[in-house]
Design a protein around this ligand. Structure first.
Ligand code: SF4
Length: 249
């Protein structure tokens, strides 16, 4: 019988016959990922150690991208509603048919005045393409989810501290002395923030969390304030008011 110390266990057996390098689209920071393929199917996703954004770190949402890709509910072809609105009855149609229908709607508007088209694309994660399409159509009236979410945060971050999150740069983690987090959705930009929080903690900076629940980032905060949901919008101006009253800003 082979002695236990002589048994060789391969803890990293090859799981794929091809690795494709791309970026994760499960949130907006676009971590680098290695997508393992076997027989042309995705079998495993791992972080790319050479990618500057995540340096190999992959969050749970990123690794579960495989579930989104393989989900039975994923749209694979254009769908046309065939029942009453709201009945949920659709049928798959070809791309040619879908494009003919779309051209039938969009052509006459473009011929009369393309600015009559307002295009809102929701959280499509490809706003550079949809914006480019709208510009070529001839309408300035296009928007997407980012306009009332990340873009405002990015503008505030860039104007105040020189960077924000996701594709809008980073806070200056190396020189940060105090890092205050208000109500952060931890599934957003999670790998760069985790790496940044590691840096500020290692540099001895203070981390303050303001969040109704003490999970994730707030668990490693030096101070945590379990604010009542919906009152942080009052708390921030009150803080500014007190700082001004004390002559600190
Ligand atoms: S933080 Fe997670 S979900 Fe977002 S891009 Fe990176 S791996 Fe994907």
């Amino acid at each position: 019988m082979t002695k236990p110390e002589n048994i060789q266990i391969d803890t990293s057996p090859p799981v794929s016959d091809e690795i494709r390098q791309t970026t994760c689209y499960m949130c907006a920071c676009r971590c680098g990922i290695n997508v393992h393929m076997k027989d042309d199917q995705i079998v495993y996703i791992e972080g790319n150690r050479d990618h500057p954004v995540n340096k190999g770190v992959l969050c749970g949402k990123g690794s579960s991208g495989i579930m989104q890709h393989l989900a039975p509910s994923r749209l694979r072809n254009p769908m046309k509603r065939v029942g009453e609105r709201g009945s949920g009855e659709f049928e798959e149609i070809s791309w040619d048919e879908a494009l003919d229908i779309a051209a039938g709607w969009l052509g006459p508007i473009r011929d009369s005045d393309p600015k009559k088209l307002a295009l809102f694309t929701g959280r499509d994660q490809s706003q550079s393409f949809t914006g480019w399409w709208a510009q070529n159509y001839g309408t300035p009236n296009y928007a997407a989810h980012g306009g009332f979410c990340s873009v405002n945060m990015a503008a505030g971050g860039i104007y105040t501290m020189g960077g924000a999150f996701w594709e809008f740069g980073q806070p200056d983690w190396d020189r940060t002395k105090l890092f205050v987090l208000f109500g952060v959705a931890e599934d957003h930009d999670s790998n760069p923030i985790k790496i940044g929080l590691g840096k500020v903690k290692a540099n001895g900076a203070k981390v303050v969390g303001v969040n109704p629940i003490r999970s994730g980032y707030n668990a490693i905060a030096d101070e945590w304030y379990g604010i009542t949901p919906g009152t942080d919008g009052l708390f921030i101006p009150a803080l500014i008011h007190e700082l001004m009253r004390a002559g600190k800003i």
